[in-house]
Design a protein around this ligand. Structure first.
Ligand SMILES: [Zn+2]
Length: 78
C-alpha cells in the first residue's frame, strides 16, 4: 500500500481545504403556498410542482380526502 513520503505541511493542507466550504442551498418560494422550497423539487408543504398537485404532503394525507380530486395522483403503495 502506497504511503506518503513526506508530511503535508499546514499550508498545503489548508490550501487543499480552501475549496471545502459548504454553499448555501438555492431556495425559492412555492407558487401555490409561498412556502420556501428547493428548486426542481415538489413543495413539501403542499405537494405542488409545475402548477399542479404531484404528491400528497404528509400533513394533508392525514386529513380527510373528501373534496380532493385524487384521480390523477400517484398512489403511495408502489
Ligand atoms: Zn407549496
Amino acid at each position: 500500500m502506497p504511503v506518503p513520503k513526506y508530511r503535508t505541511s499546514a499550508s498545503k493542507r489548508d490550501m487543499r481545504r480552501s475549496h471545502h466550504a459548504l454553499k448555501s442551498p438555492g431556495l425559492s418560494l412555492c407558487s401555490n403556498c409561498q412556502e420556501v422550497r428547493q428548486p426542481h423539487v415538489a413543495c413539501a408543504a403542499c405537494g405542488h410542482y409545475g402548477g399542479r398537485q404531484v404528491i400528497m404532503p404528509r400533513k394533508m394525507s392525514e386529513m380527510s380526502l373528501d373534496g380532493l380530486d385524487t384521480q390523477d395522483l400517484p398512489s403511495d403503495d408502489n
